[in-house]
Design a protein around this ligand. Structure first.
Ligand SMILES: [Zn+2]
Length: 196
């Protein structure tokens, strides 16, 4: 998704929600996730309600956005900034969000990638991944390991040091970035939608 397409998708919260739903990032419920009742309805803008046991749940339930107090439009923009390798201290200004909120989103994206790369690397079958991302053999390889280290070194330097605790998340994110550099945009949004 280039910037021109991004303007379309983020022109309103409704458009943004449509996009997130299409990517599977937001869950589309066809029945109550608690009791299975088929009659549900949208209430108060961001909640669903079950007409069986009258339970309510947030439309962000079971998604990367659960518990995040960020507009859908801003989340989509945050993913784009992540793709463009804009560091959190700059991204928060572009998004007009607090550093901590932006950092949290960045962190969730990295955790998502970590989970994805780990699952795929060890050959686990994951229905959602298979559905959203089509691999010919279900495995991800680093093509040309020497090329990758040069690529990773250059990027890790930009972070001015990463803590030991988070290093593996950064490394996995770079692995993902490297492997899918040809269509990173599409892969990242699909991957977030596929990983829950
Ligand atoms: Zn129910």
């Amino acid at each position: 998704m280039n910037l021109v397409e991004l303007v379309q998708v983020t022109s309103s919260e409704e458009e943004a929600e449509k996009f997130l739903r299409a990517k599977g990032i937001l869950e589309t419920f066809d029945r109550c996730p608690f009791c299975g009742h088929p009659k549900i309805g949208r209430i108060r803008r961001s909640f669903f309600k079950c007409y069986g046991y009258r339970k309510e749940w947030c439309i962000r339930k079971d998604s990367i956005l659960e518990g995040l107090k960020v507009l859908f439009t801003k989340f989509i923009l945050a993913v784009k900034l992540f793709i463009l390798e804009v560091p959190v201290n700059k991204a928060c200004k572009e998004l007009e969000l607090a550093y901590n909120t932006t950092y949290k989103m960045d962190n969730r994206i990295r955790q998502c990638i970590f989970k994805f790369v780990s699952l795929v690397m060890y050959g686990f079958k994951h229905e959602r991944i298979d559905k959203s991302i089509k691999f010919s053999n279900g495995k991800v390889y680093i093509n040309g390991i020497e090329g990758f280290w040069g690529y990773a070194k250059e990027r890790l330097l930009k972070f001015h040091g990463v803590s030991r605790e988070y290093f593996v998340y950064y490394l996995k994110a770079l692995e993902f970035r490297y492997n899918f550099r040809a269509n990173l945009d599409e892969m990242l949004y699909n991957m977030v939608g596929g990983m829950k």
